[in-house]
Design a protein around this ligand. Structure first.
Ligand SMILES: [Zn+2]
Length: 109
């Protein structure tokens, strides 16, 4: 028998359980943390009105670049390479470490 599963998003601001509007969850960032919230049409309009009010006077900021490689990170990568070489699972001397090799190293240490 086939089953059909329907997922209904409910407005996070409503105690009455109104369905969220048809779009994706509304996302925003506050104090460096990312958030998502499901909102019905009324609360979505309220949310946008408030955000547009602040965005009008705010500065846009570029995404931060990845942190520079530190000596500690380089040493850890060298340790993982040495361990992988000793285990005979990976012998490439440089370049990006495969995530499977890192996961195997972390599982053993
Ligand atoms: Zn709502």
């Amino acid at each position: 028998m086939a089953k059909k599963i329907t997922i209904e998003r409910i407005c996070d601001m409503s105690v009455l359980g109104y369905p969220a509007d048809s779009g994706a969850p509304h996302s925003f960032m506050l104090d460096g943390k990312d958030y998502e919230v499901d909102l019905c049409e009324g609360h979505a309009a309220e949310f946008y009105d408030l955000m547009v009010h602040y965005a009008a006077v705010a500065r846009r900021v570029r995404a931060k670049t990845a942190p520079a490689r530190t000596a500690a990170r380089r040493k850890r990568a060298a340790d993982i390479r040495a361990w992988a070489r000793d285990q005979g699972i990976w012998t490439v001397p440089d370049g990006r470490l495969p995530s499977k090799v890192i996961a195997a190293y972390e599982a053993r240490h």
